[in-house]
Design a protein around this ligand. Sequence first.
Ligand code: CP3
Length: 346
Amino acid sequence: MTQLKNDLILRVLKGEKTERVPVWMMRQAGRYLPEYRVLREKYGFFERCQTPELATEITIQPIDRIGVDAAILFSDILVVPQAMGLEVQLIESKGPFLPAPIQSAADLQRITVPDVHDRLHYVFDAIKLIKKELHGRVPLIGFAGSPWTLLCYMVQGKGSKTFDEAKAFCYQQPETAHRLLQMITDTSIAYLQGQIAAGADLLQVFDSWGGLLSESDFETFSLRYMRQIVAALGDKVPVILFAKGAWFALDKMKATGAAGLGIDWCVSAQKARSFAGDDIVLQGNFDPAKLLAPIPVIQAEVKAMLRAFGGHHHIANLGHGILPNVPVDHARAFVDTVKECSINHD
Ligand code: CP3
């Protein structure tokens, strides 16, 4: 095993005080990078995910270009529904499309809890290759979508602002919804365990649509399953839970045993801290649209964010994925400002 040269993020997740705040960006491997767009012209989206050499190249692009403190595996949360047997397409400028979504108990017969080593071996191969090519420069983040967020796509069949059909399915056919959530959970546990075995240094679970649920429905349809995932993974590697919009559940998410909690920009650092308590790492929470502001504004706002979090138990990140129209030098200004301004002198 190559020794990590930069293990800041892992030390922060262990609760240690570090010389500065680590920084990475959700969706850092993606369309705002010209070198990504070159590969996008040549290869289809899932071809890029399924070819370890391409996934490796794309994963490492933001390390070279903007100097983030962690790499995140280039893949997508939707490879899991695909491995379970649903067709998933990614339509240019429209997003995900599942032509035959789940709508009834009978539809569950079309999907399985697959052998992840058979259906998702390309992800594990990519992780092994990325770890080799990184030469220990930074840790590698593996990930999965949360069961609730995957259900949203598997039932609605496409992106949505409200995921009303997915919610209707849960409220009209709760028993089927829970069977589906359990199948996704079982698949995700095996998938994330495979990612650890292949070399992922830490994991993030993306619950992008957790904030669409009421507090009690979040417990019923989302948190219950994320809790199972965190428990099954044990303490082999740190796990970060990011449930966008679900700041109301930070205390319960902490109680799962996760090492870190992601927050978006709609909750202040101070409020998030008061909900989550002192002894947990918070990750976030810069508004991704603010990266479109002039660079001096970005620098001032990043400094304000760092001050608000207080320099400890914090991983600097955006509050959601980077937007495709962000200029690369603005992304770099975000990273550089964190690196320059978060030095702890005590
Ligand atoms: O963060 C990274 O750089 C690693 C790779 C990554 C991608 N998707 C690549 C991707 C990760 C971690 C994801 C997670 C993901 N995928 C989430 C959770 C995080 C979030 O943003 O809420 C969700 C909900 C998805 C589903 C998905 N995939 C959508 C809605 C879309 C279309 C919208 C969009 O951003 O283009 C995708 C496609 C996708 N996944 C792209 C990338 C780089 C764009 C593909 C392209 O056009 O080249």
